[in-house]
Design a binder for this molecule. Structure first.
Ligand SMILES: Nc1nc2c(c(=O)[nH]1)N[C@H]1C(S)=C(S)[C@@H](COP(=O)(O)O)O[C@H]1N2
Ligand SMILES: [Mo]
Length: 437
């Protein structure tokens, strides 16, 4: 006699045993909120479905914008097809990165509410009833695990809290792919349910319903996906109240973040931006990513003995700051947009990079490698692409807002190029090697 088997291939009797042996405590957890149900989950899901692709796309664009060199490690076959990051419009990276960080933060309350809305499913026992369901739950693990990992690493990064012993960049990138696989599978599996569930109630009606009139969702016994409480408690808030709470949470997050990009007095509100608020006097008062002290830049090396060395076709040319100031100066209003989400637009003056390339016999630069005086740390060098070296507003800045750069902003000279990620705008430049002809 052959024993009956489940889809897992387990003997049915053994599986029935596992199913019966619910871990202690699980059945005592009673999820009784009368608000939970497929409609509520679907409303939150629809918001995330509309917005998360923007966060994913802008995140992947950030990877492209960084270019090859800024990456601390090789990501193997997850490498994306690359294109040269453009220089126009100059606010491009400010927009894409601001959206990535800003929208990512604003969605946190929505994500938490959605997790709350499906939590009974987390405690479902047995964990899966068929092979298909086991696979679905694996994609859920990638979805939820990946998302929480991205939120935690992302938030720690903008807090400058590199508590983890691995590269933020690599971890956030790998985590993103785990999440993307989970997200795409989840949408593919659940989209029909979401659409169906959204039709079961009217949002407008729901926004008019008071707590006293709030009733559990009515669903077919096999269609509630275990979300609707079997024994619902009396409502402590309406669905309207819950949506307002989530929306309010998102608005508050927005208010505490937007200042980091809007700037001016609103920057004081940007509590999620722990950059020092006092970063210099008057024209120099805009955020400093890393101070000269933190980068171990010694004042001696930036003083009168400082020389810029230029390499290209032929012998190396060295220039001091006076000689650079004697060259044609160009002024451009350009943003610094940091990967951490903050940005600021300032008026920079200095020598065009293409004029410097001409000094070493390169009439048509196709790239440049910039090195800083900085000896340690991650951002001490950068590779610029052809567009970035040859743009008319691509500068080796000597001044900002009409005054000499401060040491913290990169004195004696720093790179500033339109639409380039903040990190590549090297401060305390020591040398530039131009490629081209
Ligand atoms: N040498 C060097 N250049 C650097 C950095 C650095 O740490 N070292 N930080 C970069 C980063 S991440 C940003 S966002 C900008 C910030 O410029 P700011 O401090 O003048 O605002 O400088 C870039 N240039
Ligand atoms: Mo940055």
């Amino acid at each position: 006699m052959t024993e009956e088997r489940t889809d897992y291939g387990f003997p049915a009797r053994a599986w029935a045993g596992i199913a019966r042996r619910r871990p202690p405590g699980l059945d005592r957890v009673a999820w009784r909120s009368p608000l939970r149900g497929p409609w509520l989950t679907s409303v939150l899901g629809a918001v995330l479905l509309a917005s998360i692709p923007v966060v994913i796309l802008t995140g992947l664009l950030s990877y492209v914008a960084y270019g090859e060199q800024a990456r601390p490690s090789d990501v193997g076959w997850l490498h994306l097809p690359m294109f040269d990051w453009p220089t126009d419009p100059s606010w491009l990276f400010r927009l894409t990165q601001g959206l990535h960080v800003g929208l990512g933060l604003v969605l946190v309350p929505v994500v938490l509410a959605k997790l709350w809305s499906v939590i009974p499913r987390l405690f479902a026992w047995p964990p899966a009833r068929s092979a298909a369901q086991a696979l679905e739950r694996l994609t859920l693990l990638m979805l939820v695990g990946g998302l929480l990992f991205e939120i935690v690493t992302g938030v720690l990064n903008i807090q400058y809290d590199y508590v983890f012993g691995f590269s933020f960049y690599t971890a956030h990138y790998y985590g993103a792919w785990v999440f993307i696989v989970g997200f795409v599978s989840h949408v593919a599996l659940k989209l029909p349910t979401m659409v169906r569930s959204l039709r079961t109630r009217s949002l407008r009606e729901e926004l008019r319903t008071r707590r006293a009139d709030t009733r559990p969702e009515r669903v077919a016994p096999d269609d509630g996906a275990g979300l609707v409480a079997a024994d619902p408690a009396a409502p402590t808030m309406s669905r309207r109240g819950l949506l307002a709470l989530v929306g309010g949470g998102s608005l508050l997050t927005f208010a505490l973040t937007a200042g980091q990009t809007v700037g001016g007095p609103t920057r004081r509100l940007a509590l999620l931006l722990p950059r020092g608020l006092d970063s210099g006097d008057g024209p120099l008062d805009f955020p400093v990513n890393k101070t000269a002290e933190a980068a171990a830049i010694v004042t001696a090396s930036t003083g009168a003995t400082w020389r810029l060395s230029l390499e290209g076709d032929g012998p190396t040319v060295t220039l001091d700051r006076e000689q650079l100031l004697a060259m044609t100066q160009h002024t451009a209003v350009l943003p610094i947009a940091c990967v951490e989400g903050w940005s600021t637009t300032q008026t920079w003056t200095g020598v065009r990079l293409r004029d410097l390339a001409a000094q070493v016999g390169i009439g048509e630069p196709t790239g440049a490698f910039v090195k800083s005086l900085q000896e340690q740390g991650a951002f001490k060098a950068a590779d610029l692409n052809a567009g970035q070296v040859s743009h008319a507003d691509a500068l080796l800045a000597l001044q900002v807002n009409g005054v000499d750069l401060s040491l913290d902003h990169g004195f004696p000279a720093r790179i500033i190029v339109p639409a380039m990620p903040g990190v590549l705008n090297t401060k305390w430049v020591a040398s530039i090697r131009f490629e081209g002809s």
